[in-house]
Ligand binder design. Structure first.
Ligand code: HEM
Length: 331
C-alpha cells in the first residue's frame, strides 16, 4: 500500500519495459504493456507529457467518508469511517489532449480516485462503460490496432469490421454510453471485479459503481452545440457554487457470477451497497501540473480489498506504468 513502494515499483516496471522513445512499430516480441501503449500512440499520435489514453482531464480535491455498511464488508482502512482526503481526476477517453469534450471519441469519460491514507495511497480507476468492450489484454491490443487502421472520418477498414463482427461486446458496451452534461452528472463503473475481505477472512466479489446525484446525458443536437472544453469549464464553475457529491457503491456478486470477464455485466437484481460519500470541494490549484505527476493504478489496493481473477487488472497496472514512464521521461 505504501505510496513510495508502489511508485518505485511502477518506475522500475516502466524502466524495464519502456523501450526508450515511443515507437509505432508494435514489436510483437515486446511485453504486451509496451505493445498496448505503442498501439494507443499509433491510434492517437504521440503527445509528449500526456497520457497514452484519457489524455485530457482535470484534477479536483475533496474527501471520502465511509458508511457503516462498508466496514461490515471489508476490513480496509478506507472504511473505518474517518474522513479521508481524496484527489480525483476526471477525463475524456482517448489519447488526444485537445479532443472536444462532446466528441463521441471522448466517451467513455473517466473518473480516477486516489484516497490518501495515513500509511499510503489507494486508487479506483473507473469509467462510464457499464461493462467493458473486451475481456482480455490481447483483445484490447487488437482493438486499438484495428481502430488505428480506421481513423475517424475514413471508411471502416476490413480489419476493424472483422474485429467488431467477432467481438459483439464492443458494440454492446458502446451502446451503454452517452455524452454527459457535466463530469458531475455521469455515472462511473469500476468494470473489473475485486474482492472484499472481512476481519474474519470472509470474501465477497464486487464491482465499484460511482453514482452522481443525477445522471444527465445530452442529445446529439445538444452535444453539437457544446464548446470544445465545456466539461473542463463546467467543473470549476459548479464547484465555485458548492461541493459536488457522489456515492461510492459496490455491486455484490452472487455465487457463479463471472469475475474474470469484464464484458459480462452481473444481473441488475444483485445487491448494491452504499460504501460512502465522496465530496469534491475544489479544482486543484494547478490542474495541468498536478495531472502530470499523478499515477492512478487499478491494482493499488489496501488490505481488505484484493484483485479478482480478472486479467485486465494486472495488464492495466503494467500499461499505466509504461504510459507514466513515457509521459514523465522529459524531452
Ligand atoms: C486492458 C485494458 C486497459 C488498458 C490496456 C488501458 C490502458 C490505459 C492507459 C495506458 C492509460 C494511461 C495511464 C497513465 O498514463 O497514467 C489509461 C488511463 C485510464 N484508463 Fe485505462 N485501460 C484499460 C482498461 C480500462 C478500464 C476497464 C477502465 C475503467 C473501468 C479504464 C479507465 C481509465 C481511466 C479513467 C484512465 C485515466 C486515469 C487518470 O486519470 O490518470 N481503463 N488506460
Amino acid at each position: 500500500m505504501a505510496t513510495l513502494i508502489w511508485n518505485a515499483l511502477a518506475a522500475a516496471l516502466a524502466a524495464t519495459i519502456t523501450v526508450g522513445v515511443p515507437t509505432w512499430a508494435c514489436a510483437a516480441d515486446a511485453p504486451v504493456a509496451v505493445q498496448i501503449v505503442d498501439a494507443l500512440n499509433k491510434r492517437f499520435g504521440v503527445h509528449p507529457g500526456f497520457r497514452a489514453n484519457h489524455a485530457k482531464g482535470i484534477v479536483a480535491e475533496g474527501s471520502f467518508k465511509a458508511s457503516p455498511e462498508a466496514a461490515s464488508l471489508s476490513r480496509s482502512p478506507l472504511f473505518t469511517g474517518a474522513r479521508l482526503p481524496v484527489t480525483v481526476r476526471f477525463s475524456d477517453s482517448g489519447g488526444l489532449p485537445d479532443l472536444p469534450d462532446a466528441s463521441p471519441l471522448a466517451n467513455p469519460h473517466g473518473m480516477a480516485i486516489k484516497f490518501h491514507l495515513p500509511g499510503g495511497e489507494s486508487d479506483i480507476v473507473a469509467n462510464a462503460f457499464k461493462f467493458f468492450p473486451v475481456a482480455t489484454p490481447g483483445d484490447f491490443l487488437a482493438l486499438q490496432l484495428a481502430a488505428a487502421a480506421s481513423p475517424p472520418g475514413s471508411p471502416m477498414s476490413p480489419h476493424l469490421m472483422a474485429f467488431l463482427a467477432g467481438h459483439p461486446s464492443v458494440a454492446k458496451a458502446n451502446a451503454t454510453l452517452g455524452t454527459p452534461a457535466s463530469f458531475a452528472e455521469e455515472q462511473y463503473f469500476g468494470v473489473d471485479a475485486f474482492v472484499f475481505v472481512t476481519k474474519a477472512g470472509k470474501k465477497q466479489s464486487f464491482r465499484y459503481i460511482i453514482a452522481p446525484e443525477k445522471v444527465v446525458h445530452l442529445s446529439k443536437e445538444e452535444a453539437a452545440k457544446k464548446s470544445p472544453d465545456y466539461l473542463m469549464k463546467d467543473l470549476p464553475a459548479r464547484l465555485a457554487k458548492g461541493p459536488v457529491t457522489f456515492h461510492l457503491k459496490a455491486q455484490l456478486a452472487a455465487a457463479g457470477d463471472p469475475t474474470r470477464d469484464p464484458t459480462r455485466a452481473w444481473p441488475d437484481d444483485r445487491p448494491v451497497v452504499d460504501l460512502g460519500v465522496l465530496t469534491i470541494d475544489r479544482v486543484a490549484a494547478d490542474s495541468a501540473a498536478a495531472e502530470k505527476k499523478l499515477l492512478f493504478l487499478p491494482g493499488r489496493l489496501t488490505d481488505g480489498i484484493e484483485p479478482s481473477d480478472d486479467p485486465l487488472i494486472a495488464a492495466r497496472d503494467a500499461a499505466y506504468a509504461v504510459s507514466f514512464g513515457r509521459r514523465t521521461a522529459g524531452p
